[in-house]
Design a protein around this ligand. Structure first.
Ligand code: HEC
Length: 144
């Protein structure tokens, strides 16, 4: 009897673990699917659908070393970017327009897509992570 009880308990733990993982995966897929659409509408004009950028004008996102600092990227998506920057050793210096039309959730979905597609991540950048980062950079932008 005790053994059966232990087996059932083990089975329940297993089932629970598997369904939890599935929830996480479903969420990741949902974020990525939305992220692709948001990217195509708001970013692909300049950075191109394949993320390769365009010549010396628009830097690549695919394999970009600039992605290493995710908080900077999250802020840059909402507030734009001006002044010279270096991406994979190449210099760029053109203004990127701010994207105030994108909600916190949309920026989270976009960030998840970019990092899953063009960096090495396989996880979700949750909106709960993105909102405090955006709040912080709003304060910075406001005090300039
Ligand atoms: C009008 C063209 C344009 C649009 C639209 C645009 N960007 Fe950019 N983006 C740029 C330029 C130009 C730079 C380089 C800015 C500089 O030189 O200071 C840049 C830089 C970046 C960088 C940092 C450098 C790199 O390549 O890793 C990221 C990340 C980025 N953009 C993401 C996005 C995302 C996401 C969107 C869509 C919400 C977007 N951009 C929309 C032109 C654009």
């Amino acid at each position: 009897m005790i053994r059966t009880g232990a087996m059932v308990a083990l089975l329940l733990v297993l089932i629970n673990t598997i369904s939890c993982q599935t929830d996480v995966e479903i969420k990741r897929q949902r974020y990525i699917t939305e992220g692709i659409l948001i990217y195509k509408t708001n970013c692909a004009n300049c950075h191109q659908t394949n993320g390769q950028g365009l010549a010396a004008l628009y830097p690549p996102l695919a394999g970009s070393d600039y992605l290493a600092n995710k908080n900077t990227v999250i802020c840059l998506i909402r507030y734009g970017q001006q002044g010279p920057i270096q991406v994979n050793g190449k210099r760029y210096n053109r203004p990127m327009p701010a994207q105030p039309q994108l909600s916190d959730l949309e920026i989270a979905e976009l960030t998840t897509y970019i990092y899953n597609e063009w960096s090495t991540e396989t996880t979700v950048t949750d909106v709960k992570t993105v909102t405090p980062v955006l709040d912080q950079c709003r304060e910075k932008v406001a005090s300039q």
